[in-house]
Design a protein around this ligand. Structure first.
Ligand SMILES: Nc1nc2c(ncn2[C@@H]2O[C@H](COP(=O)(O)OP(=O)(O)OP(=O)(O)O)[C@@H](O)[C@H]2O)c(=O)[nH]1
Ligand SMILES: [Mg+2]
Length: 323
């Protein structure tokens, strides 16, 4: 039995998520294939481990995580007296699987009350698009959704959210460009309470005069939510652009500390070879990835399932290893 067939068995139902496999195809080719190449027909020595570590770091797995992974693999190789790098492939795959865990981290939404989801992230990360896709997903799950255009920095941002509102057939609470985002959120909360909405999703600006302003504004929005609808802030979701790799990790640290982020939406996982970032986000930041963006269309969002992720990462590999 090939290594990846074994992994398949371990991961049970995780293979066969075609959309995810397609999204991760660049990551597979640009990162996983290279790593697997290192494992092919090599003597296991210090050079081998150095090269592996280097590749993991380049693959945006994160420095600490890469070092730990290689250390674990080295320990297991010693213990299990493994001599060739081919045998190590399986250990590598299983270490990644173990690091990612099996637990799905779902959105924390409560029944019979308003749930506010605050969506934050730097400009261009994919906040507004993700809100559009998330609205579609929640509506399909039977939730009543309302949107609030808390990004008042640009008129186009308000219009863009309204377009997603129209596509989904949900209302958007909005003020004019330059208005106080706190006032928009206040109105959004009153409207959501009056209509007994299940979910109010708040878009926010990704760019203000400077980072301090941005963080102050997020804090102010949170204060208004606490005052007007205590206990309703169910999620603060940080949207990270997977294509930015290590930069996304740096941004995440900033937001995590000031905005009490509860989870990550990883956007643009399609079209990037930097999918290894998923491994880094979990282990370097301790933040759960809750949703992933797999394209620009309304249905291109999935719950993040670590087993499916590992499965998709290593899919298509069995043919080569069975030869
Ligand atoms: N391929 C792909 N593109 C995406 C995805 N998510 C967002 N995008 C694209 O990324 C670009 C920026 O997305 P926005 O939703 O406008 O980002 P934003 O964070 O709201 O940006 P600002 O409003 O400027 O702060 C758009 O062209 C989106 O279509 C995704 O999962 N996959
Ligand atoms: Mg936006």
């Amino acid at each position: 039995m090939g290594i990846f067939d074994k992994l398949k068995q371990t991961l049970k139902s995780s293979f066969g998520n075609e959309k995810l496999e397609e999204s991760l195809s660049k990551t597979r080719r640009g990162f996983i294939d290279k790593v697997v190449d290192v494992f092919t027909g090599r003597e296991i020595d210090d050079d081998f481990y150095d090269e592996l570590e280097e590749l993991l770091i380049q693959g945006d797995v994160g420095v600490n995580t890469s070092i730990n992974l290689v250390e674990n693999i080295r320990k297991r190789a010693d213990k299990e007296r493994i001599k060739t790098s081919d045998e190590l492939k399986e250990i590598f795959a299983s270490e990644i699987a173990e690091l990612m865990g099996t637990e799905k981290t779902m959105l924390n939404l409560k029944e019979n009350q308003l749930n506010i989801i605050l969506v934050v992230g730097v400009n261009g990360a994919g906040k507004t698009t993700s809100i559009g896709k998330l609205t579609y997903k929640l509506k399909n799950e039977g939730k009543r959704v309302l949107l609030a255009a808390g990004d008042t920095f640009r008129a186009a941002a308000i219009d863009q959210l309204k377009i997603w509102g129209d596509r989904n057939g949900v209302d958007v609470v909005a003020h004019q460009e330059g208005a106080d985002p706190g006032a928009v959120v206040y109105d959004g909360i009153q409207a959501a309470l009056a209509r007994k909405s299940d979910v109010l999703i708040v878009d926010t600006a990704g760019r203000l005069q400077n980072k301090v302003n941005l963080m102050e504004e997020l804090k102010k929005i949170k204060r208004i939510i606490d005052r007007e609808a205590e206990g309703s802030l169910s999620e603060v979701l940080l949207v990270l652009d997977a294509t930015t790799g290590q930069n996304a990790l740096t941004q995440a640290k900033l937001f995590k500390d000031t905005a009490d982020v509860t989870g990550v939406i990883l956007s643009k996982l399609d079209g990037t070879a930097k999918g290894g970032i998923v491994i880094g986000i979990k282990s370097e930041l301790g933040l759960p990835v809750k949703l992933i963006g797999t394209g620009e269309k309304i249905e291109d969002m999935q719950d993040f399932n670590p087993e499916s992720f590992v499965g998709a990462l290593f899919s298509g590999m069995e043919d080569e290893t069975n030869e």
